[in-house]
Design a protein around this ligand. Structure first.
Ligand SMILES: [Mn+2]
Length: 316
């Protein structure tokens, strides 16, 4: 714990003396990486620093509100900070070397001079909250919205096993910031579904298959399904990946999503199994205790067969 505090202090000092800062988010960005980056942007900006966020241009239109009051500046970066990026392959193409890595993935493999990885944090947004507080910066409504979105989505609206008392404490402090709009955020992510979302969900449930005494359930999202619904992969509702683990008796769920180059697998586990370890069996796999993922370079059918075969030896 002291070691963590030590690194946090070093990061705060480094941020204070730095300028021309680039904040790096992960590929296929989610609200945790974007919300953490934008919150840090506003905080450092309020100290008069030049800050730029490096991000994929393809992301759900639901995330656009996070960019409120952000204007994309153009300058050469001198300090590079990654947020919520677990592995080098999730960094943007031609990414510079990372100076400061801030993350909550237990299997973090980013090389950086200052590395702050706190797996007990439900979201990177929790860590950013602490750093902003240590910097002595007043949290305004933009920062509050960004951090609340990061924490609410990474905890599945405070329902998943990674939710802690601290997640609630921070959320409560953010909710008290005048002008922040938690209802807009929860409605956007948890209380709304487009017609396309609904149609995809129908197909997704129809594709569910059970194996090994119904302890394993899989489903697939194929390129053809997305094409038929005219959905971009960035528009898939993240909640879909956590639907199958809710089913009675299921210990491991695997959702396979086809892309042009590979199959992305998202695992969820019950309390008996570790999703980070299961996903780690395959290339570059990892994640958290109850949620993990990996990439397989084969057909979606072969990927499913590989999962069924490997889990036969695990789900005893
Ligand atoms: Mn995260």
């Amino acid at each position: 714990m002291n070691e963590t505090l030590n690194v946090e202090k070093k990061i705060v000092e480094r941020l204070k003396i730095s300028d021309n800062i680039h904040i790096i988010t992960h590929k296929s960005p989610d609200p945790d990486t974007l919300g953490s980056a934008l919150a840090l942007y506003h905080a450092l900006h309020s100290l008069g620093k030049q800050v730029k966020i490096i991000h994929d241009i393809n992301f759900s239109s639901k995330y656009e509100f996070l960019f409120k009051d952000y204007s994309d500046p153009n300058f050469e970066g001198k300090l590079f900070v990654s947020v919520d990026v677990a592995t080098p392959d999730l960094l943007p193409a031609n990414s510079p070397e990372v100076d400061i890595c801030i993350d909550h993935h237990i299997n973090n493999k980013i090389e950086a001079e200052l590395k702050l990885v706190r797996p007990e944090a439900s979201a990177t947004g929790e860590i950013i909250y602490d750093l902003i507080t240590m910097l002595g910066i007043n949290i305004n409504k933009n920062i509050a919205n960004c951090l609340y979105a990061a924490i609410a989505t990474d905890t599945g609206c405070f329902r998943q096993a990674n939710t802690t008392a601290n997640s609630h404490t921070i959320a409560s402090k953010l909710m008290n910031i005048p002008g922040m709009d938690y209802l807009m955020i929860t409605r956007k992510f948890f209380g709304f579904e487009s017609l396309k979302d609904f149609k995809l969900k129908k197909l997704f449930f129809a594709n569910a298959e059970f194996f090994h005494n119904k302890k394993l359930v899989t489903s697939t999202i194929t390129g053809e399904m997305l094409k038929k619904l005219e959905l971009g992969s960035e528009q898939i509702d993240n909640g879909l990946y956590s639907e199958l683990i809710k089913i009675e008796g299921v210990c491991v769920s695997a959702v396979l999503r086809e892309t042009d180059d590979f199959v992305k697998v998202s695992f969820r586990t019950n309390e008996q199994y570790n999703a980070n370890e299961i996903a780690g069996i395959w290339n570059n796999g990892g994640g958290h205790k109850r949620a993990g993922g990996c990439i397989m370079k084969c057909s979606i059918e072969d990927a499913k067969q590989s999962i069924v075969n490997v889990l036969a030896g695990i789900l005893l």
